[in-house]
Design a protein around this ligand. Structure first.
Ligand code: KG4
Ligand code: ZN
Length: 332
């Protein structure tokens, strides 16, 4: 089964073709980062307009890369939320057009669930390895930070979430305070690597006895360091920040994995691309922890097609009246 996936929830226009929920035949991402960078973050109206311009060429490029024609596509999956309402509408309307004109099933996908399913994706020639349930998932993206227990496909129980900023958002805000470019995650990672052993130690919000997170105090701590010094050692502060965030993420994830007897731990979302987080999770959990390939960590449409396939298998297609839901939740 070949599923065409579409992703337009934020500032990447994505189209991908995935076979049987795992094998990525094409994954095209048209990034708008350069357009938004000068504003220091994503401007929703500009994002929507840009998606309108790029969605059709992106779909055509994905079909060309997969060397497939429309007749080879069995279903179309699209992110219907959470995300920016105007941006989501572009993808959802394109998907409806495809489903209607081709007479194929339309699958509305939760973007956060898709980040988790990025862990099922493999490229041609790579062996597919199904993760084993029960799974503990740490979702760390620009908009979300959640610890979720997954006992089976499509079943989610939230153990904890951020009480304020998401982990990726914290990276973006700290980078801005330090004068580093948007998006902040890769910029902080690069700056930390240049710290040469120096580190400004910053606080950790423990929030003991819960699996919830809080990152806004850390942002304030970075602000205080920057204001209190004429000559800020940016790499050392960036390193301290990255250590603080990864430390808390690893500690809470390991504790939850033990308590709930997780067979495997999946990390997902843009922050899963962070090299230090990968290293520390690996040290703590060994081969029990899995990360998506780097290109499937940040927003992409292959992960959307991955979830679409699971829905198709369960016979859960949406009607053409399916709507976007900017605040769509993963678990109660
Ligand atoms: O999942 P994603 O692409 O979009 C959302 O669904 O939000 O995540 C984007 C976030 C941004 O905040 C970005 O700074 C962060 O992921 N990010 C990283 C890295 N690469 C991207 N954070 C830390 N280290 C990275 N290498
Ligand atoms: Zn995302």
């Amino acid at each position: 089964m070949n599923v065409l996936g579409l992703e337009t929830s934020c500032d990447e226009t994505g189209a991908a073709v995935v076979s049987d929920g795992t094998l990525v035949l094409a994954n095209v991402v048209a990034s708008q980062i350069e357009i938004h960078r000068r504003f220091g973050g994503v401007v929703p109206e500009i994002a929507s307009r840009q998606h309108v311009l790029t969605i059709l060429p992106t779909i055509e490029e994905a079909l060309a890369q997969a060397r497939l024609g429309w007749e080879d596509i069995d279903a179309v999956a699209v992110a219907r939320g959470p995300g920016l309402v105007g941006a989501l509408l572009v993808g959802v309307n394109a998907a409806k057009g495809v489903a209607w004109s081709r007479g194929i099933p339309l699958l509305g996908v939760n973007h956060i669930e898709a980040h988790i399913y990025a862990n099922w994706l493999v490229s041609p020639g790579e062996p597919a390895q199904e993760p084993a349930f029960p799974l503990l998932c740490l979702v760390v993206s620009g908009g979300h930070t959640e610890l979720v227990l997954m006992r089976d496909h499509g079943r989610y129980e939230r153990l904890g979430r951020t009480l304020d900023d998401a982990a990726g958002e914290a990276f973006d805000k700290a980078a801005r305070i330090l004068g580093l470019p948007y998006p902040g995650g890769p910029a902080i990672q690069t700056a930390s690597a240049a710290a040469d052993g120096r580190e400004v130690v910053l606080p950790r919000a423990e929030l003991r006895a819960t699996y919830d997170f809080s990152f806004s105090g850390l942002k304030t701590a970075v602000q205080r360091v920057v204001r209190g010094s004429e000559d800020v050692d940016v790499p050392a502060v960036a390193r301290g920040f990255q250590e603080s965030v990864t430390d808390i993420l690893v500690r809470k994830t390991v504790a939850a994995a033990e308590t709930y007897g997780a067979a495997q731990v999946l990390v997902a979302g843009g922050v899963a691309a962070n090299a230090r987080l990968r290293e520390r999770m690996g040290q703590a959990l060994g081969d029990r922890v899995r990360f998506p390939r780097l290109e499937y960590c940040t927003d992409n449409a292959a992960m959307i097609a991955g979830v679409g396939y699971q829905q198709l298998r369960r016979g859960e297609a949406s009607g053409l009246d399916m709507d976007v839901d900017p605040g769509l939740d993963l678990a109660a």
